[in-house]
Unconditional design. Sequence first.
Length: 177
Amino acid sequence: MNTKLSLKELNRISVEEFKETKKLPLVIVLDNIRSMNNVGSVFRTSDAFVVEKIYLCGITPKPPHREINKTALGATETVDWEYTLTTKEAIDNLREQGYKIYSIEQAEGSIKLNEFHPNKDSKIAIIMGNEVDGVDQDIINNSDGVIEIPQYGTKHSLNISVTTGIVVWHLFNHLKE
């Protein structure tokens, strides 16, 4: 029988231990995200999979804010983040640091997520786009590639927090030591 683990049995690390933990060489760039709940969810997913950093760009809301904290559940205290006025500024900074930039979007010539297999020594930044407009075309043009989650139903998009979780889990399985 499978018995649910108690909080004590989960052996969660402290904020200090998290800060010292080796991070996944993955950065998430939020391109003009509107929803504070989505931002909080991305923080929480980033904490779960020890993502290196989150860039909050343009109109994307910044911590501290109680609406972000509702879904982040403290992850704004563990995951490093930085605000930039534009997404281009963030990706220029990341490219200088040796990151490959991938927009997560439906686009001509995109790579299906299940066919994307980065090397363990890759440094990757993923751009997550606005809830209505997606990733800005100028940002797609400045990316090294576009990754798309194959979808087979009647809907043509997933919520940004769901998309982030799927993509981060996939990349975690390829980049973790």
